[in-house]
Design a protein around this ligand. Structure first.
Ligand code: SAH
Ligand code: SF4
Length: 334
């Protein structure tokens, strides 16, 4: 839905309409304005014409039932992917895309192979969450967490991402606590610096994936622009300013970054307050092989012994190519 247009129309209406509209969209989760029975018929009609609520989405279900992928078609025909991950403890996390494709071309990432088509508008980011919020509403459930780990680099579309987060956060909109929202970045330093100034409680995750510049530049060419020591010092400043924990994501790729030598190097970088490591089993995209579980255990144990807080991420939905970072290559070929 086009929120800019919506507010333009509501400008000519009494002030209380905004509250009525927000309630209908974000609490009742209506998907057609005729369901907003508290609005006058004429307004319902003009809203349906000017900013329709339908979201063009197609659902794919994972075999394990915990992961649901949606393929959304945007107004200009481009497609993006959004994933719902349902946890055993009742949480429902939506993994949203911030761009159509991505310009950064990390070697291990399916989205990176696409290149960038365009940035998403904040309305298109909100629609991804609304789509699953409506879906969950039918099961008497709601979205509890949001992660910017779908397609694209959120800090290369900073303003739209922050605007969308404000809607997620607002009590009269989706009312999802900032602490339940996470942004993952490949290490765009200006974005980290801006986020530090926002006075936001959102979580920051850094895609690290390698403990030295040589290897990191091989895997992620953005490292040439923002090398490790500069990235880590930006994170230090972020932590000083916000006092918030930062999660470093580390893919486990067989024989590439998963030896105990790498664990040792990594531990030197991470032995600082409020730094934690999340080991991610690599979802094969045809380039590398995933580390085996024994290697991941050894790596994690090494970090633990060295005094670094480390956890392993559960991989969702490999069977529908829905795990974060694995989105989109199949879509383009459709
Ligand atoms: N562009 C941002 C956010 C989107 S990617 C970033 O890079 O952080 C979200 C996460 O998925 C990142 O940590 C990314 O490194 C990871 N990822 C990419 N490809 C992956 C793969 N094949 N298997 C597992 N995780 C992957
Ligand atoms: Fe882009 Fe993130 Fe994929 Fe790298 S890992 S190509 S930054 S989406």
């Amino acid at each position: 839905m086009n929120f800019d247009k919506l507010y333009q129309i509501l400008k000519e209406q009494p002030k209380y309409r905004v509250t009525q509209v927000k309630e209908a969209v974000f609490q009742k989760m209506i998907d057609n304005w005729t369901q907003a029975t508290n609005l006058p018929k004429a307004l319902q009609e003009s809203l349906n014409a000017e900013c329709p609520l339908e979201i063009d989405g197609q659902i794919l279900l994972a075999k394990n039932g915990h992961t649901t992928k949606a393929l959304l078609t945007l107004d200009d025909g481009l497609k993006i992917e959004t994933v719902l991950m349902s946890h055993k403890d009742g949480r429902h996390t939506v993994c949203v895309s911030s761009q159509v494709g991505c310009s950064l071309g990390c070697k291990f990432c399916a989205t990176g192979k696409l290149g960038l088509s365009r940035n998403l508008e904040y309305s298109e980011i909100i629609d991804q969450v609304l789509f699953f919020a409506r879906y969950l509403k039918k099961q008497n459930s709601r979205v509890s967490n949001i992660v910017f780990m779908g397609m694209g680099e959120p800090f290369l579309n900073y303003d739209n991402v922050i605007k969308a987060i404000k809607y997620f956060n607002e009590t009269d909109a989706l009312n999802i606590g900032a602490r339940r929202i996470s942004i993952s970045t490949s290490g765009i330093i200006p974005g980290i610096e801006k986020l530090a100034q926002e006075n936001f409680q959102v979580n920051l995750a850094i895609s690290l994936h390698a403990p030295n510049d040589k290897l990191r530049s091989e895997l992620m060419r953005i490292n040439k622009r923002f090398p490790l020591h500069e990235l880590l010092s930006a994170v230090d400043k972020y932590i000083q300013k916000t006092g918030r924990k930062v999660m470093f994501e580390y893919l486990m790729i067989k024989g590439v970054n998963d030896t105990l030598k790498h664990a040792e190097e990594l531990s030197h970088l991470m032995l600082k307050p409020l730094h934690m490591v999340n080991l991610i089993p690599y979802n094969p995209t045809g380039v590398y092989l995933p580390s085996d579980q024994y290697t991941i255990n050894q790596f994690k144990a090494y970090l633990g012994k060295a005094g670094v807080e480390a956890s392993q991420r559960y991989t969702f939905g490999q069977d529908i190519d829905a795990a974060c970072g694995q989105l989109a290559n199949k879509v383009k070929s459709k």
